[in-house]
Write a protein that binds this ligand. Structure first.
Ligand code: SAM
Ligand code: SF4
Length: 326
């Protein structure tokens, strides 16, 4: 079954957040003190997350990405992933992580049926990495990347949020990773999720990122896979990994958007920057799979045409990416 929204976009991808907690404090994602405790009952149980996943796959979702917060800090995650990977009709199960716990968990994640890992990594310089993540251990993340490959994963995709004056000097070093490590790298425009006065100072348009890479390397276009979403992909000639540019802020991102999101507290969203949410809890406690599917379908139908975060006084409520599942 194909799931389409009112504009004819195919929606085949669910980003499912399992927690808003994290063992890092990236400055662009959450405040230094972390996020407020939601309370035990607010966060969905794994059984409830599985009901949502089953309903979504029943509607036509083919790919689920588990995200957070940091998904690997939630107890019982491996067993949950194993059950999720067995859902009939789910074609692709991926997980996004900061990589801190990968070294010891990679083999279990692979055995549980996770097919691909994305690792967020914004600097290859220990000091810069420590500053961006407010104390994260770069070497642990790099060991985690190696452990993932030893466990049988393809080289993890690396997500780099590019910020002017912070890590933009490393764009070419990250491009090199596609050649010397074989990782695919996606350069993500910094998004003003925490309504930070003057956020534009960190902003580097995807076009500029691409221009800097193209000035150094000959690039060829790469055709995207079925679930790839709104990145533009290239390859440095001869490189094993690809380069993707995600112009969430400056570019034509929304036209190709193929995703919906569900937060760890059961809020379904058609767009990261829309305040329109549907609370799925009433259809989980007690479970009502028919209503649950209808509400998810309504979120798809009502998916907005685009966001307006570059407009003055853009309207979304303040949130951290960790709360939505970036
Ligand atoms: N903790 C995991 C991680 O860091 O990969 C998963 C959750 S994190 C919220 C998911 C993604 O959102 C990460 O790749 C992160 O870089 C991205 N992200 C968070 N805040 C962002 C922002 N303000 N602009 C762009 N990307 C952001
Ligand atoms: Fe944690 Fe990921 Fe947010 Fe960084 S980006 S604070 S690792 S949830």
């Amino acid at each position: 079954m194909q799931l389409t929204d009112s504009l004819g976009r195919t929606i085949n991808y669910l980003r499912l957040s399992v927690t808003d907690r994290c063992n890092m404090r990236c400055s662009y994602c959450m405040p230094a003190e972390g996020v407020a405790d939601q309370g035990h009952d607010a966060v969905l149980r794994y059984e409830e997350l599985l009901l949502i996943a089953e309903a979504a796959v029943g509607l036509g979702i083919e790919k689920i990405r588990i995200t957070g917060g940091e998904p690997l800090v939630r107890a019982g995650i491996v067993d949950f992933l194993f059950r999720l990977s067995r859902i009939d009709g789910l074609r692709h199960l991926a997980l996004t992580t900061n990589g801190l716990l990968l070294e010891r968990m990679a083999a279990d994640l692979h055995a549980a049926g996770v097919q691909r890992l994305n690792v967020s990594l914004d600097s290859l310089n220990r000091e810069t990495f420590g500053a961006i993540t407010r104390g994260g251990d770069l070497d642990a993340v790099l060991r985690g990347l190696d452990a993932a490959e030893r466990a049988g994963f393809p080289p993890p995709k690396i997500n780099m949020v590019v910020m002017a004056g912070v890590n933009d000097g490393e764009i070419l070093d990250f491009a090199e990773l596609t050649r010397n490590r074989g990782n695919s790298v996606r350069f993500i425009e910094y998004m003003p999720v925490i309504k930070d006065e003057g956020w534009q100072r960190y902003s580097i348009p995807g076009e500029e990122i691409l221009r800097r890479i193209a000035a150094r390397y000959p690039l060829e276009h790469v055709c995207k896979g079925a679930y790839a979403g709104p990145s533009r992909d290239f390859r440095i000639q001869g490189a094993q990994g690809t380069l993707g540019i995600i112009t969430a802020v400056s570019g034509h991102f929304c036209e190709e958007c193929n995703r919906i999101r569900v937060t760890s507290t059961g809020q379904a969203k058609g767009c990261l920057f829309s305040d329109d949410t549907a609370d799925l809890k009433p259809y989980l406690r007690p479970p009502d799979p028919v209503q649950l599917a209808q509400v998810l379908k309504a979120i798809v139908t009502a998916k907005p045409e685009g966001h307006h975060i570059t407009c003055d006084g853009y309207g979304h409520k303040n949130f951290t990416m960790a709360q939505i599942g970036g």
